[in-house]
Design a protein around this ligand. Structure first.
Ligand SMILES: [Zn+2]
Length: 260
């Protein structure tokens, strides 16, 4: 791709990526998916996202010092989500804007996100939400849309501080207390209810009534985003309460979309 005019006025550089296509059925993006780069070397991460043949890209790359690079125009389909699903839709690349946040990730020590970087991600997302009409509850992590494969942006990502600026759906997580849990191997209606509640929120999870490996991974993804104090894939009281507070604070139209 030749160079292009950035969609956002806070972009500092345009580094065009070779990896992009058309959005399916001219789908307008109404979701933002946040990632971390997960590589020790920033230059190598940018090269990977922009060079022909790697088959990966994102619309934006947010550096640790808060500078923002755009590499795919928002109108085009970037290749960031891979096999994924949310609210019954599985071509997430066609319906979303992908934002890569520079961070080494879980495999390389997983440092904290600097506050300048978080301020830049917040400002960028606010602009996209306004321009594209992205609802608050459709600002998600890669781990939300691909829970069996991905952990990014991870439990250190400060979703609560983005939510203070109106970016992303958030409720105060319920306190962790001792009590009954559902976990790998549990079977029954309680498990089915949990699976249905997670699916109603958007997670791609069939209601089988069996707490299998996928259920554990979806619960862990939920915790990574919404109850980061403990990410263990075990559905405890705090996980249930937090999930149900989120469901009851979704805007009415969101529940309708999710129930389709
Ligand atoms: Zn990712």
């Amino acid at each position: 791709m030749t160079t292009f005019t950035p969609d956002s006025s806070i972009v500092s550089d345009v580094i065009p990526s070779a990896n992009y296509g058309d959005r399916a059925k001219s789908r307008l993006p109404d979701m933002i998916v946040l990632h971390y780069t997960g590589m020790p070397d920033v230059e190598a991460a940018i090269t990977q996202l922009c060079s022909a043949g790697t088959d990966v890209s994102a619309h934006y790359i947010v550096l640790e010092d808060g500078r923002i690079v755009q590499s795919v125009p928002e109108a085009r389909r970037a290749w960031h989500a891979g096999v994924s699903s949310w609210s019954g839709e599985d071509d997430i690349n066609s319906c979303s804007i992908g934002v890569e946040i520079v961070n080494r990730g879980h495999d390389w020590g997983y440092p904290d996100f600097p506050s300048r970087q978080i301020a830049a991600v917040t400002a960028l997302c606010r602009g996209i939400m306004l321009r594209r009409g992205v609802p608050t509850h459709r600002v998600l992590g890669h781990s939300d849309v691909a829970p069996a494969r991905k952990k990014d942006p991870g439990e250190k990502f400060p979703w609560h501080s983005l939510a203070n600026s109106g970016v992303g759906h958030w409720v105060q997580p319920a306190a962790i207390v001792r009590g009954e849990t559902l976990k790998l191997g549990s079977i029954g209606d309680d498990v089915r209810d949990l699976q249905q509640a997670l699916a109603r929120y958007g997670y791609g999870l069939p209601a089988t009534g069996k707490y299998d490996g996928l259920t554990m991974e979806v619960v862990a993804a939920f915790q990574r985003h919404f109850r980061p104090a403990r990410v263990d894939g075990i559905a405890d009281r705090s996980t249930f309460t937090t999930l149900h507070s989120l469901l009851s604070s979704l805007p009415a139209e969101a529940t309708v979309i999710a129930a389709k």
